[in-house]
Write a protein that binds this ligand. Structure first.
Ligand code: ATP
Ligand code: GLN
Length: 142
């Protein structure tokens, strides 16, 4: 499978210091993606089991009314990763590299501007709160 890169980022992305990379991916690809992210110093990741439908699977109406059959929802994993702006593209590239099979159902990535980060333990905000000890910024600067 040839490696692809994300196309260059569009100019309509609102400017923020932090972004949430929200990726809906194939469950069995998550270990690959997670270990690759860890290796690049991305230590803060949240995952949830989700179900959805996209091109891969549809929602079918059961009756003419309001009931929907849910058996066409496909099991996916949502990965949420908040990073500083300068780390967004490398995280996206890594997810493409490790999450992609090239088949329908590989998923989608949403990029969401994040206005602030607060560390509950310390009350720190902004860059201080977003930075993680031994994280990517540390890896790159030392
Ligand atoms: P502390 O320094 O107090 O240990 P921390 O910043 O390392 O705080 P944790 O309290 O270990 O953060 O994080 C709790 C949970 O928050 C993690 O299990 C993860 O789900 C989520 N999380 C933390 N940082 C991020 C991040 N940058 N992106 C996404 N999820 C994160
Ligand atoms: N930007 C953080 C750092 O370099 C890492 C964020 C994350 O692990 N999600 O410390």
């Amino acid at each position: 499978l040839p490696v692809i890169r994300a196309q260059s980022s569009p100019d309509y992305v609102p400017d923020a210091k932090f972004y949430k990379v929200e990726a809906i991916l194939r469950p069995w690809r998550i270990p690959k993606v997670a270990s690759a992210l860890l290796k690049m110093g991305i230590r803060g990741v949240t995952v949830s089991d989700v179900r959805g439908f996209g091109a891969q699977g549809g929602l079918t109406e059961r009756h003419a009314g309001s009931e929907f059959s849910e058996d066409k929802f496909v099991t996916k994993v949502k990965m949420e990763i908040v990073v500083s702006k300068d780390q967004v593209e490398s995280v996206i590239d890594k997810i493409l590299r490790e999450g992609r099979t090239g088949e329908i159902g590989d998923g989608k990535i949403f990029l969401v501007p994040v206005t602030d980060v607060i560390r509950v333990r310390t009350g720190e905000r902004g860059e201080k709160a977003e930075r993680m000890m031994g994280g990517r910024a540390d890896m790159i600067n030392f």
